[in-house]
Design a protein around this ligand. Structure first.
Ligand code: MG
Length: 206
């Protein structure tokens, strides 16, 4: 199982970190050991002093495929979830300054919070609204209609390089509002289904 992640997929988030808006999807991966499920807490890693949350809609790949063509791309994901791409922003900044890969800043243990999946038919697949609350206050609000690269664009692009396997996951990027956490903070993610807003996950920092 692969965890594929897309960076800078919302214009307002690229700008808040003074990054250029990409002309192609920015792709990186997290190992399966990064997954944090079942509302388990995250223990603040000792190697960072600037741990940031990034709330993201997550796709689950429903069938194997490579070189997926645009007209078929929407058939490759059948479920969506909400997650956090935890990022050690200080470590990432040092990696970026040296032109190094940034896996140690983004792929560390428990850096990928993941909620249970819901069927794609339960959401408005062209415009999924979601938000993240920190200690009861909303800090990020997003809608997948604002993505630079759509779910289909991402699947077409990624499958040129990596064969997609059933069960792979794609973190599709974060909207503006990313920020730091400290020990004791509680993060809660919500996603709008067709009928209701659903609490998807909660994650306490310890
Ligand atoms: Mg991210």
């Amino acid at each position: 199982m692969k965890i594929i992640c897309i960076g800078r997929n919302y214009v307002d988030h690229a700008k808040e970190l003074n990054n250029p808006v990409p002309s192609q999807p920015l792709v990186f991966m997290k190992p399966s050991s990064a997954l944090l499920v079942n509302d388990k807490p995250l223990y603040y890693p000792e190697f960072t002093e600037d741990l940031h949350y990034e709330v993201e809609v997550v796709l689950k790949i429903g069938k194997n495929g490579r070189h997926v063509q645009p007209e078929f791309a929407s058939k490759y994901y059948t479920q969506v979830a909400l997650g956090i791409d935890f990022t050690a922003r200080d470590v990432q900044a040092r990696c970026k300054a040296k032109g190094h890969p940034w896996e140690i800043a983004k792929g560390f243990d428990n850096s990928a919070v993941l909620s249970p999946f819901v069927d794609i038919s339960e959401v408005n697949r062209e415009a999924i609204e979601f938000r993240l609350d920190k200690n009861g206050e909303t800090v990020q609000r997003g809608n997948t209609k604002d993505m630079i690269f759509s779910f289909q664009d991402i699947i077409v692009y990624v499958s040129k390089f990596f064969k997609l396997h059933q069960g792979d996951m794609i973190y599709t990027g974060t909207p503006a509002g990313v920020g730091p956490v400290k020990i004791g903070d509680k993060l809660e993610g919500f996603m709008s289904l067709k009928t209701e807003e659903k609490p998807m996950f909660s994650c306490e920092i310890r």
